[in-house]
Design a binder for this molecule. Sequence first.
Ligand code: NCD
Length: 321
Amino acid sequence: MSESTEPASFLHRHLLGIEGLTPPEISLILDKSEGYVRQNRQVDKKRDLLRGRTIINLFFEDSTRTRTSFDAAAQRLGADVITMNVATSSVKKGETLIDTAMTLNAMHPDVLVVRHNQSGAVKLLSEKVQGAVINAGDGAHEHPTQALLDALTIRRRRGHLDNLTVAICGDIVHSRVARSNIHLLNTMGARVRLIAPKTLIPRGVEELGTTVYTNMREGLKDVDIVMMLRLQRERMQANYFPSIREYFHFFGLTYDNLAVAKPDALIMHPGPMNRGVEIDSEVADDFGRSVIREQVEMGVAVRMAVLEVLTGNLPPIEDVS
Ligand code: NCD
């Protein structure tokens, strides 16, 4: 499958995952993002496309870049933004996910941006509220805006997504970033390799159309893109590898193992990075090849595009005064 440039529309009410999106739908968001990249590089970054709309950022799990990125995206489109760090509010007092959602729903938000540590929690919430819901990461399930911003970063550097070979390396089993990227890259016609110790590879992942490697030099051979993942120790209930030192030795990205990739292979990481654990610090900062900071920039643009397409499906704002 290749990218389509046909005019498309995005008819989904929510963005809960990449699974199920079509190539034209993905391309539509990426195409719209391009305009926002230009807008965000200007001094005047503000538009009033979402004037009168209320967006609530509801984060049941810690986040720095995703939360601020959604915040910036909504504000630059002129929306009113309320950010709730739920871990420190009523959930601590025993309020359930649904109670919290219903309370916020009563404030009539147009969009709820939700992060939760349980897979499926964001979908459950989307069934109870009136506005559009964007999944900002649910457990180890999906993180659709991360995959979209990764795709935008790659497409801008390479000009296309189809026929590229992308290696996703590290803690795949705990990673919603990996899952969303696997869906997106497959849908857009890229080849996906996964590289990790056996213990960090989810069972049956080959069925999603990936090739699994347990050796960095074999897996990185001739790849166009290297996507590193953080070791998510907060999600680990067992010992998945003997020690951090050994992990870095076998699965850390270094100039040594990067030498087998294409000479112009791009280095990516969704952040936050553990320098010296999954990636060598010098490689992460390699000015010519690392696009890690560019990913953060693309994140704001992609989230603006997602807000645009989802609010475009909401009833228009009426003057009820
Ligand atoms: C990722 C996440 O939260 O899933 N980070 C992010 O959104 N930029 C990956 C991670 O936490 O390692």
